[in-house]
Design a protein around this ligand. Structure first.
Ligand SMILES: C[S@@+](CC[C@H](N)C(=O)[O-])C[C@H]1O[C@@H](n2cnc3c(N)ncnc32)[C@H](O)[C@@H]1O
Length: 252
């Protein structure tokens, strides 16, 4: 699901999708206040995902694959799950996955795609509709919390990233990947989205105080998707872990 923010050409017609049972928000912990209607709010994403075909590539994000492959499977949370390729890939690796997105259209597409690809993996995924400007996951609940290209304005973004860090269970991992604001120039196709862009340091500042050990914090270069008209792009990549709870040793 390599990213550009230009509308992608529809790749194929889709069959009508069965309706997704959207779940009510049920774990609000220090949730940020809902923000005023943003240009990239619910309606924007519902419209985007109502188009036939795929908005993204249909493949899992390469950084997720690189960083999560060595991890033992457990409970994973994929926020802003889009068309579900990351959640499906994680489920196919044995993870029990919760995919969260604001868009019911995206969740419907994700569920239908997963079920058509592999019923066993699809059964490991729970799809939930939540607005991440007003909902945060329960603390210490997931062995992997993955945020791939979730771009919200401040202060919502920092509150979200702090909440995602808090949601990492002992022994678990936080992975945040996003377009990097560092080095953007006016020609970059993300340059008009500056209030949504951020750096590695912004992520580190947001999760500071959540007692995670930062293992990767870098601006990682990658090939750009052809539709962007650029050749190279930089991603923020932050991977951090929470130390496993110490097991009390027994003395005889
Ligand atoms: C740039 S897309 C990334 C999708 C997916 N993670 C990927 O890498 O392909 C951002 C996703 O976040 C979702 N999103 C945007 N704002 C949201 C919000 N306030 N709450 C929940 N999801 C949101 C959008 O619907 C969209 O699917």
């Amino acid at each position: 699901m390599t990213h550009d923010h230009k509308p992608a050409a529809a790749e194929s017609a889709t069959e009508p999708l069965e309706s997704l049972e959207a779940h009510e928000a049920h774990h609000a912990h220090d949730a940020p206040a809902a923000t005023e209607e943003s240009p990239f709010g619910l309606q924007y994403w519902e419209d985007r995902y109502s188009a036939p075909g795929l908005a993204w590539s249909g493949n899992p994000n390469p950084v997720l694959v690189t960083e999560a492959t060595p991890l033992p499977s457990g409970r994973a949370l994929d926020i802003g799950s889009g068309e579900g390729a990351d959640a499906f890939w994680l489920a196919s690796q044995g993870w029990s996955v919760t995919g969260v997105d604001i868009s019911v259209n995206a969740l419907d597409k994700s569920k239908a795609a997963a079920e058509s690809l592999d019923q066993t993996a699809a059964a490991r995924i729970q799809w939930e509709q939540h607005d991440l400007t007003s909902w945060l996951p329960s603390p210490r609940s997931y062995d992997l919390v993955s945020s791939q290209f979730m771009h919200l304005p401040e202060p919502t973004r920092s509150t979200l990233f702090r909440g995602l860090a808090a949601a990492v269970a002992p022994g678990g991992t936080l992975l945040i990947v996003a377009h990097d604001v560092s080095g953007l120039d006016e020609a970059d196709h993300h340059a008009h989205l500056t209030e949504l862009m951020f750096s590695v340091d912004d992520v580190l500042a947001a999760i500071d105080g959540e007692n995670l050990t930062v293992e990767v914090a870098e601006s990682r270069e990658r090939e750009a998707a052809p539709a962007t008209g650029e050749t190279r792009m930089r991603d923020v990549v932050v991977r951090a872990t929470r130390t496993a709870a110490a097991v009390a040793s027994s003395t005889t």
